[in-house]
Design a protein around this ligand. Structure first.
Ligand SMILES: Cc1cc2nc3c(=O)[nH]c(=O)nc-3n(C[C@H](O)[C@H](O)[C@H](O)COP(=O)(O)OP(=O)(O)OC[C@H]3O[C@@H](n4cnc5c(N)ncnc54)[C@H](O)[C@@H]3O)c2cc1C
Length: 287
């Protein structure tokens, strides 16, 4: 399995990468960690004539806090997120999710930005960034723009990014002490991709109730989405087993669940209910 012939370009800056994307148009593809693009190229599912490597673009990788916002560069690897002290303390959902992706090689090379831009329907990050209410920053020929996560995933392997835009950073609010998060997934036994994955972010109101719930799901359909049925069902309810069990029964409501090689629609709906319950229980149990 060899990829079709291509020309390799190494960008040193975002501007250089953008210039190459503008020059080669739909014949060019950005190369981040390569752990989705290269397998697709080897299978000849993708045959870009020009690869623009952004691996050494300065400023695209790293994690910092700006006020109450955590800013993660698009080229930040899964492992860097998994091992980040600031994220473990200010947004523990992200390290938790990172540790469940693939294997050590995938985690050391694959990037948050690459995963989000690729928009694999079974990827883990989309569920997490939806639950966290992230904002995604893109740079293109017309400058910089910010895309709300609820507007980002458009369909199978399709996002709001234009062909000549680069995802540069992902911004998530730091979690206060009253915000409890967890990710529960049913991993494919071979790849570790999510057959179904559910990320839960519960904001407790101080009186033992869930003031607000934000639930992202992946694996169920052609794109990651928000489980609005659960969010509505659990808001204002006590953070106890009975309320969580009742709300989780709405996990598939309004979700466009699709059958695939992993299972039927009914099976995936069942998994959504089971893993929504597990994610909310795990979140509610966090100290
Ligand atoms: C064996 C294996 C197991 C895996 N298991 C899992 C798993 O359990 N869970 C999971 O979620 N993922 C899994 N993955 C996928 C992995 O996480 C990839 O690393 C990730 O999906 C893509 O990131 P990347 O940096 O490798 O992107 P690349 O493969 O380099 O790029 C992917 C696509 O995004 C585009 N792109 C990349 N960066 C940008 C950017 N900054 N702006 C705009 N477009 C960009 C590229 O042009 C390309 O089209 C697995 C992969 C493998 C090979």
């Amino acid at each position: 399995m060899y990829p079709a012939q291509f020309e390799y370009h190494k960008a040193g800056t975002v501007k250089e990468a953008l210039d190459l994307l503008i020059k080669y148009k739909d014949e060019a593809k950005l190369l981040a960690g390569g752990h989705s693009l290269l397998p697709a190229m080897k299978l000849r599912l993708a045959q870009p004539k020009h690869l623009v490597d952004i691996g050494k673009v300065s400023g695209l990788a790293g994690i910092k806090e700006e006020g109450g916002t955590l800013v993660i560069g698009a080229m930040t690897t899964h492992y860097a997120i998994e091992s980040s002290a600031v994220l473990k303390s200010k947004c523990p959902l992200l390290p938790e999710v990172a540790g469940q992706i693939g294997d050590p090689m995938v985690r050391n090379l694959g990037t948050l930005g690459g995963s989000l831009a690729h928009a694999d329907p079974a990827a883990d990050w989309p569920a997490a960034v939806i639950a966290l209410g992230a904002e995604l920053v893109a740079e293109g020929p017309k400058g910089r723009r910010t895309i709300k996560v609820d507007d980002f995933f458009k369909g199978l392997l399709t996002t709001a990014l234009a062909e000549n835009e680069i995802l540069t950073e992902i911004r998530v609010p730091a979690c206060g002490a009253n915000v409890k998060c967890a990710y529960a997934k049913f991993p494919h036994p071979a790849s570790r991709f999510a057959v179904v994955g559910v990320a839960a972010v519960l904001t407790l109101d101080g009186g033992g109730k869930i003031g607000k719930a934000s639930i992202g799901i992946t694996g169920a359909g052609t794109k990651a989405t928000r489980a609005k049925g659960v969010e509505a069902a659990i808001a204002g309810k006590p953070a106890d087993a009975a309320s969580i069990q009742a709300a989780a029964s709405s996990a598939a409501d309004g979700v466009d669940v699709q059958a695939d090689l992993q299972g039927s629609v009914e099976y995936k709906q069942h998994l959504l209910r089971v893993f929504a319950k597990r994610a909310m229980e795990a979140a509610a149990a966090k100290k």
